[in-house]
Design a protein around this ligand. Structure first.
Ligand SMILES: Nc1ncnc2c1ncn2[C@@H]1O[C@H](COP(=O)(O)OP(=O)(O)O)[C@@H](O)[C@H]1O
Ligand SMILES: O=P(O)(O)OC[C@H](O)CO
Length: 500
């Protein structure tokens, strides 16, 4: 009977379950999109029950469609949209509020107040993060401050906090295990990434009781076993990592200096920096990478872009310019350029390297000649321009030039986007055969903990190139396009600053 490792990939817009074999091939997969809730401009929520039910249903579907029983699953690896904040009652398992999604900006003013008193420096030093509404801390505080009775219950020890990994493990184990891994903890803005513990000073600043926070464990270890009511057979849950760290692992970026860029809802460039945390001088975050040594953690530098594939979903659902997101490639390829149009999709402020909580989406350069094709092309190009900015910041921090960029994630399937990325950065883009690298990374973490894979060398052998993209753009054109992009970004930021 063939054995597999199962990855549960809980992304921002969909829940996925993927079965992998020893070669790292996909042997079964199911995916389900779920509802995004936008109660006010700049606010983003999800229903925690739907996060769980969509994840559970794709897991059941994969098993049924492939005729698999629990004995054939050597372990489950969890990977998840990070920072998204869920608080629930430890006795009933009922969430007290919707999940506040990483993109949500409702706590921007709370963060401004901390910056004014200089507390952002404490945050930067201890957590490696740049104080921002993006991370979990201010979202937890918001729920405790705004949901009736929540603070009282939290202080009594009745409420639990979790990022999505914690919520899934809690539900998979029938409410027995309240745990997270180092990578997810490092995104809460409450975790000291040097001492590897929850930080009392930051918890006190946000008035977050310690009893709410999960136990923190390495990314590759047994957290617990599936409850009989969820999956008969007590399958070990043996890996967990935030999706971007999982993708870094899944790409085999095990050495300091190894880099990957994932194009999902957002776009996240990560560089492994080994066992030393490197602080950026260019707006990048220092974060914990997924690793397998229980005795020490590894770190990464990260450039976080809030809107990437989400801009294509906006073209589909908001603007209704395409029927599905792959269609963007067909339309964008019908024109040679954007006819001078730039789109800055700062729907949720801007992350690295700008870190502006109030920037908003901007379209510049419109003339009567602008067509649907130009508009779609400008949206796709904006993803690559944003990645250009973080790649340059990373190159400066690391003091190296990135000659090859490993890519993955849903939108990396778009050949036009990948070609433009190669063009605008004058670099080679390597897309692996398997672009489900996030899920693969989670599977590797679980498979290493349960002996399914022997070691990281075995895993590295699985990486296969799918397609390489090389720059076809001359320097003059590149410089001219980049000049326009920089002007467009200035417009998006000016819009935020000039509210008179
Ligand atoms: N062929 C494509 N061209 C452009 N964008 C795409 C394509 N396929 C998927 N996407 C985008 O990729 C995103 C989904 O990628 P995925 O890695 O599943 O993200 P997440 O894990 O954030 O849900 C969506 O935002 C979608 O718009
Ligand atoms: O949903 P993704 O794959 O864009 O990832 C979201 C990130 O984890 C947010 O930090």
């Amino acid at each position: 009977m063939e054995q597999y490792v199962m990855a549960l990939d809980q992304g921002t817009t969909s829940s996925r379950c993927i079965l992998f074999n020893h070669a790292g091939d996909i042997c079964g997969m199911a995916q389900r999109e779920f509802e995004q809730i936008y109660p006010h401009p700049g606010w983003v929520e999800q229903n925690p029950r739907e996060i769980w039910s969509s994840q559970y249903s794709v897991m059941a579907q994969v098993m049924a469609e492939n005729g698999i029983d629990a004995k054939q699953i050597k372990g489950i690896g969890i990977t998840n949209q990070r920072e998204t904040t869920i608080i629930w009652n430890r006795y009933t398992g009922e969430p007290v509020y919707n999940a506040i999604v990483w993109q949500c900006r409702r706590t921007a003013e709370m963060i401004d107040a901390l910056k004014e008193e200089g507390f952002d420096q404490v945050i930067r030093e201890k957590t490696g993060l740049i104080a921002d509404a993006y991370f979990s801390a201010s979202k937890i505080a918001w729920i405790l401050d705004h949901v009736e009775g929540a603070r009282e219950q939290a202080e009594k020890g009745d409420l639990l906090f979790g990022t999505v990994d914690t919520w899934l493990i809690w539900n998979l184990t029938g409410g027995l295990v309240h745990v997270t891994d180092y990578t997810n903890a490092s995104r809460t803005m409450l975790f000291d990434i040097h001492k590897l513990c929850w930080d009392e000073e930051i918890m006190a600043k946000f008035r977050i009781p310690r009893a709410m926070l999960p136990e923190v464990k390495p990314s590759s270890c047994i957290y617990g076993y599936t409850d009989e009511k969820v999956l008969v057979g007590n399958v070990p849950i043996a890996g967990a990592a935030g999706d971007q760290q999982a993708a870094l692992f899944g790409q085999g970026c095990f050495q300091p200096g190894d880099v990957k860029n994932t194009y999902g809802t957002g776009c996240f460039l990560l560089m492994n920096t080994g066992t030393d945390p490197v602080m950026s001088g260019n707006g990048l975050l220092t974060t914990i990478a997924a690793s397998t040594d229980p005795a020490k953690v590894e770190y990464a530098l990260e450039g976080s872009i809030f809107v990437a594939g989400a801009a294509n979903q906006w073209l589909r659902d908001g603007m209704r310019l395409v029927e599905n997101t792959p269609e963007t490639e067909m339309y964008a390829s019908q024109v040679e350029d954007t006819d001078g149009v730039y789109i800055v999709p700062a729907f949720a402020g801007m992350g690295a390297p700008y870190w502006n909580q109030y920037a908003r989406g901007t379209v510049v350069g419109l003339t009567r000649g602008c067509t649907r094709e130009h508009f779609i092309r400008a949206t796709l190009e904006s993803i690559a321009y944003q990645a250009y900015d973080v790649i340059k910041a990373m190159e400066e921090d690391a003091g190296v030039q990135l000659n090859v960029l490993k890519v993955d994630g849903g939108a990396s399937a778009n050949n036009m986007l990948m070609q433009f990325q190669a063009d605008i950065n004058n670099t080679i883009v390597h897309r692996p055969k398997c672009i489900e690298t996030t899920a693969l990374g989670a599977a590797y973490l679980a498979g290493l903990a349960t002996g399914y894979w022997k070691n990281k060398d075995k895993i590295k052998e699985n990486w296969q190139l799918g397609r390489a993209f090389e720059s076809e753009m001359d320097k003059e054109k590149r410089n001219q396009l980049l000049k326009g992009w920089k002007r467009a970004v200035r417009c998006a930021i000016a819009w935020a600053e000039d509210d008179e």
